[in-house]
Design a protein around this ligand. Structure first.
Ligand code: URA
Length: 216
């Protein structure tokens, strides 16, 4: 269940009513850290269910108490969930709850004085025959999201094996992401209006990391 935007062919907006309802609570500035964290986890569970819809299946022969059955299982190796530090961790927790056998990587980026991402940490599971779900709640300028995909592609992950999951995106960021990686699907709960002068998403929800961890 998603909608699309004619400007951005690989953007999928997950418009399920529960996703939209929970996102509204997250946007509310009076929502506490505790509730924000719980909502992000719940939203990620719901979004994770939607984005894994197209995972390829294989069959495995099992014995039920009654007979032998070639039963469906997800094809290939265990999925990898890769949060972009730090706010992405709030989403990876929910995803790993949904896919408990997933491997977990980490990509740490900070912004330099020109708001460009600089890598300070990359830890990934082996890549062969594995689907990667990258997660970061906010796609603002799009540079960090595009860089995180670069990290995977440079190590040999094929674009069709990468899914990017975010909560809220700005059109400016989606445009950057799409120009860098037109072959990678980007899933969000909302495409907002714009960036402000400080590169915050408007209307947005503020600083996702600060709201998630209770920092300032
Ligand atoms: N990062 C955030 O956490 N919020 C924004 O609005 C933009 C970037």
């Amino acid at each position: 269940m998603h909608s699309t935007d004619s400007r951005f062919p690989n953007l999928f907006i997950l418009n399920h009513p529960l996703i939209q309802h929970k996102l509204t609570h997250m946007r509310d500035k009076d929502t506490s850290t505790r509730t924000f964290r719980e909502l992000l986890r719940e939203l990620t569970l719901l979004m994770g269910y939607e984005i894994t819809r197209d995972l390829p299946l294989a069959t495995r022969r099992i014995e039920t108490p009654l007979t032998t059955l070639d039963a469906p299982v997800i094809a290939g190796k265990k999925l990898a969930v890769v949060p972009v530090l730090r706010a992405g961790v709030g989403m990876s927790d929910g995803l790993v709850e949904l896919i408990p056998s997933a491997r977990i990587g980490h990509i740490g980026l900070y912004r330099d004085e020109n708001s460009r991402p600089v890598e300070y940490l990359v830890r990934l599971p082996d890549i062969e025959d594995r689907t990667f779900i990258l997660c970061d709640p906010m796609v603002a300028t799009g540079y960090s999201a595009a860089h995180a995909v670069d990290v995977l592609k440079k190590r040999g992950v094929k674009s069709e094996a990468i899914i990017f999951l975010a909560l809220v995106a700005a059109p400016e960021g989606v445009s950057v992401f799409q120009q860098a990686h037109p072959d990678v699907k980007l899933y969000v709960a909302a495409l907002d209006e714009r960036l402000d002068d400080d590169d915050y998403i408007v209307p947005g929800l503020g600083d996702a990391g600060d709201r998630l961890f209770g920092t300032k």
